[in-house]
Design a protein around this ligand. Structure first.
Ligand code: DX5
Ligand code: ZN
Length: 233
């Protein structure tokens, strides 16, 4: 049973028009975005190259909302300072990116950013056994990271539900963020399973009306959470 009712919508700028990035950020903020999700890819950890600290710094100037910076890079420990300096508010790192995720969380916290751990679709939740009490945010990938516009992987739903159950068992007010394939057609099941922060790239930037797209995602998620809680009561 999801124990968190607050819903946040985080548009991923990966699907924005990079030639008009500042305008694209202002547009989703005016349309109701809670966070700005930034996908950092290095061509090693994932098969795509996107943006680095310089662009994050430029985005920080344009944005009013917190920056949710998703690091899909090898050796993230070497770049935490650079992204913190650039203005990242949240820094999420993959447990698969190196042997010391516990140390990374401490490194991020020491820089005053909010740390979160990310799991790829094939990574089991057991990797969090000794980490879950160290963070208040876990992001589950519901596509293989690297590209926007991919199809939602259905097994993510079981994983979300199991994570929410484990968080509740430990009495943790965990934020569960979902990244990949979030759309009006999938968000009901994602929210009902226990997620409360929703990253959406193509579903928002691919829409003609950003406000309508964000509103639809938010109300659909809220309705699903309310229904699940009613069922459980
Ligand atoms: C994928 C990125 C996602 C991506 C999501 O590696 O981490 O944030 O932008 O795109 P959509 O919402 O289109 O699946
Ligand atoms: Zn992402």
């Amino acid at each position: 049973m999801p124990s968190i009712t607050s819903v946040s919508i985080a548009p991923s700028i990966l699907s924005a028009d990079f030639g008009r990035l500042a305008e694209e950020i202002a547009a989703v903020e005016e349309a109701g975005a809670d966070l700005i999700h930034i996908d950092v890819m290095d061509g090693h950890f994932v098969p795509n190259i996107t943006i680095g600290p310089l662009v994050v710094k430029a985005v920080k100037k344009a944005a009013k909302r917190p920056l949710d910076v998703h690091l899909m890079i090898a050796n993230p420990n070497l770049y935490i300072d650079a992204f913190a300096d650039a203005g990242a508010d949240w820094l999420t790192v993959h447990v698969e990116s190196g042997p010391h995720p516990h140390r990374l969380v401490g490194q991020i916290r020491a820089r005053g950013c909010r740390p979160g751990l990310v799991l790829n679709p094939a990574t089991p939740l057991t990797t969090l056994d000794y980490l879950l009490d160290e963070v208040d945010l876990v992001m589950l990938m519901s596509v293989n990271p690297g590209f926007g516009g991919q199809k939602f992987i259905e097994s993510s739903l079981r994983k979300i539900a199991a994570l929410r159950q484990e968080a509740d068992r430990r009495e943790l007010a965990l934020d569960i963020e979902i990244d990949g394939g979030v759309a009006a057609t999938t968000i009901t099941r994602i929210a009902a399973a226990g997620a409360n922060i929703f990253v959406a790239g193509s579903a928002i930037y691919g829409a003609n009306d950003y406000r309508a797209a964000i509103q639809k995602l938010r109300t659909t998620a809220q309705t699903a959470i309310a229904a699940t809680q009613e069922e459980a009561a």
